[in-house]
Each structure stands twice: as C-alpha cells, then as structure tokens.
Design a protein around this ligand. Sequence first.
Ligand code: FAD
Length: 265
Amino acid sequence: MKVLLVFAHPESRSLSGALRDVAVRELEAQGHEVRVSDLYADGWKSEVDRADFPSLEPDARLIPVAASKKGFEANTLTGDVKAEIEKLLWADTLILQFPLWWFAMPAILKGWVDRVFAYGFAYGVGEHSDRRWGDRYGEGTLVGKRAMLIVTAGGWEEHYTPRGINGPIDDLLFPINHGILYYPGYDVLPPFVVYKVDRLDETGFEPVAEQLRDRMRTLATTAPIPYRRQNGGDYLIPSMNLRPELGDPGAIGFALHSNQAGDAN
Ligand code: FAD
C-alpha cells in the first residue's frame, strides 16, 4: 500500500512525534510505501487568502469557492497545494495525525484541508440535479481509498463516552470523519485515539505503541465505519434527509448516518 501520513504537531520530540515514528516504522516493516507531510516542519500556510489564487485579477473580488474551482480546473493553484493533491492521488490510504485541541484539529491541519480539498477535486464533483446531489459521501475523487485518524487527547476515555461530559468521541470526530474524509469518497476506519496522554510516562508508552502497531498491521483489513452512502438509496433527494423508515425511530444526531444496525439499503 501507499500511505500518506499528514502530521500536525509543532514538536517532533512530542508524544505525537514518537507515535508517528512508531506508525511509519511499522508500515515500512510491512512493506508499505510511506510519505509524511509534516505541516509545521514544512511551514504550511494555513489560511486561505488571495495568494492561493495567483490567476485572480488584482481588483477582482475574491470568492473562495469560485476561485478554488477555477484554480483547480486551470491547474493554477499554488505549488504547495498541487503537491499535496498529487500525494493524495498517489496514496491508497490517508492518515491524519494530530493532538485534540479544543475538541478539534489544530488550525494548521484545518488549513491544510481548506486549501488542499479544492473545488472539483474534493467537492463540487459529479452531477448536481434533482436526481443526484453530486458525487460525495461515499463517492467522489478519492473513492476506493482508506483514511483514518490518529489522535491524542488529554481527557479521560470515560469523559468521551456516550454519557461523558465532553460528548462522545465519535460525535466530536464526526465532522472530520464524515464531513471531511467520507465526503470526497474515503472509506473511513475507526480512529485510533489515545486518552489521558498528558501524564503518560515511559512505561505507559509501550502498550500504546503496540496498539498502534496493531492498527497499522490491519490497515488494509479493518472494517470501515458503515456510513450511509448518499446515492445508495438511504436519502431522499433533494432534501437529503434519511428516509423515515431507516434508523431508530426518534433518533437524531450524527449516529443516524452510520448504518450500524445494517438496516435495508
Ligand atoms: P506531549 O505533551 O509531547 O507528551 C505527553 C506526555 O507523554 C508527556 O508526559 C511525555 O513525557 C509523555 N511521553 C511518554 N512517552 C513519550 C515518548 N516516547 N515521547 C514523547 N513523550 C512521551 N485535550 C482534550 O482532551 N480535549 C481538548 O479539547 C483539548 N484541547 C487542548 C487545547 C490546547 C490548545 C492544548 C495545548 C491542549 C489541549 N488538550 C485537549 C490536551 C492535548 O490533547 C494534549 O496535550 C495532547 O494530545 C498531548 O499530545 P502531545 O503529542 O502534545 O504530547
């Protein structure tokens, strides 16, 4: 397999950095090709602005969606963005690795998504009509590829359970797993999350490293989260609402969009 690991931590000697090295070493030991985009080390520019669209006339109003579409179609996006798109097309598997900061990814990684997931590449793909709502959520440019998150969190695992005060981890990561990764077509694997890391010591490290090695060994065979495909018949078009007969009656929220129960369609 070809694996791209996008790493978002400012310190290479961090726990995150050590876990990245564990993951890369294990993947290479399994014979996989690995490339790493180390966003801080590379000085990644995180904000979307005019500089991203060199072909935009100096006095033209910047409309990010339109500029992204035009830049992608005309191949005039900046070199750093084009290089990341090339890596995404090269890789069969994408890993995003980051510390949980304010219940989300660090801004530098969000900025990587904002700039690299261009219109015509990651969104705005496929036919938009009253029969289809584009190729997204299970279809799209990156279909057939796998993706997963490696996340470290200061909070306790219990605090991220369904009744935990922080909210369920699957809900917190839903905008990334479903909104960013499943959207352009990836099969999304369950995340690897390490909790209570701020007080982790050397003896605590090895069991975590071994669990991570195991996830790297099973990267090609782990069952993805069973998100419902947009165009698979589960949703009404154009409301894009889940059909009333699907999902638990009365259920609301993110879990509806994952077909854990394996209901029809
Ligand atoms: P580090 O700080 O580098 O290390 C953590 C511990 O691991 C240290 O004690 C270190 O000695 C030890 N360690 C053990 N083995 C090794 C090794 N081999 N190499 C290196 N270190 C090792 N947490 C939440 O749960 N929810 C939040 O919303 C949240 N928001 C945050 C927002 C901000 C701005 C910040 C700074 C932190 C936040 N945190 C939050 C905590 C954050 O998730 C953790 O601090 C982070 O995940 C720790 O990962 P790290 O790689 O930075 O660890």
